[in-house]
Design a protein around this ligand. Structure first.
Ligand code: ASP
Length: 251
């Protein structure tokens, strides 16, 4: 929620870069230790998409609400409409628009997207996770990434572990990335090795695309954690024993 509200973060919530039409659209999901989950996709004018995703999980029988109707739901449960396009994001969009008249000219480089993904384990060993993003900068309007797709951008299985992803969501969706990482841990992989295997499958599918950025973080039932990405530029924060550490992700 802190990052969603931070206008300096250009890939999450307020300050996030908009789609090709200049609209900031947000994706988020959340999953708890009971296997309950909720998500929103292509949600506009909402400061905290993750809180709306949580409300979908806790207050409805559904998993995913999208677009205008998701915004109507947010209004009904008391989330005010909030403008999210900051002057900085508007300037970046204008500059992009001037140089990129064709939709296909987006770069999949890390500079154009990022997600905040969080995985947590409590004293009882219960696992949960969440992720939130404004998605791929200047995407085609209506595009939804991996983050609100349970099993792609986020997955939690309280018996085994949890995983979440960042990077080009299309590639994460194609391999059911976070579900894959958790299933690999079920087969005995450590969180680190599970993330490495998921990344290697994505790399295998995309030979000759050195720009492609995808990364996973994972945690297992004993609290071991790991992370791996297709390339450099990925780091994750670990909060453990009362201390915060920033760990450079391997690649
Ligand atoms: N995975 C997100 C998406 O594709 C964005 C990112 O993390 O780069 O929408």
């Amino acid at each position: 929620m802190i990052v969603e509200a931070d206008p300096e973060s250009t890939s999450v919530g307020r300050g996030g870069f908009p789609d090709a039409a200049g609209d900031v659209t947000l994706d988020a999901s959340i999953m708890d230790h009971r296997g309950q989950c909720g998500a929103v996709a292509c949600l506009e004018k909402t400061l905290h998409p993750i809180s709306v995703a949580r409300a979908v999980m806790e207050r409805t029988q559904h998993v995913l609400l999208v677009g205008e109707k998701a915004r109507d739901f947010a209004t009904q449960i008391g989330f005010p409409k909030t403008g999210l396009l900051t002057p900085n994001a508007r300037k970046a969009w204008k500059a992009w628009k001037a140089n990129n008249p064709k939709w296909r000219s987006f770069s999949t480089d890390i500079s154009n997207h990022d997600t905040i993904g969080m995985l947590a384990i409590d004293k009882q060993g219960n696992l949960s996770g969440a992720c939130t993003t404004s998605g791929w900068a200047f995407k085609i309007p209506g595009r939804v990434g991996d983050s609100p797709i349970i099993g792609a951008g986020l997955y939690v299985d309280n018996e085994i572990g949890a995983a979440t992803a960042t990077g080009t969501g299309e590639e994460v969706i194609k391999i059911c990335g976070s579900f894959l990482v958790v299933e690999l841990m079920r087969q005995g992989y450590s969180p680190q090795r599970a993330c490495e295997e998921a990344v290697s499958r994505i790399k295998k599918r995309n030979p000759g695309n050195p720009e492609l950025f995808v990364g996973f973080i994972a945690i297992n039932k004993s609290g071991e954690h790991g992370a791996f990405a297709t390339k450099t530029g990925f780091e994750y924060a670990l909060y453990q024993h009362g201390q915060n550490r920033l760990i450079p992700g391997l690649f």
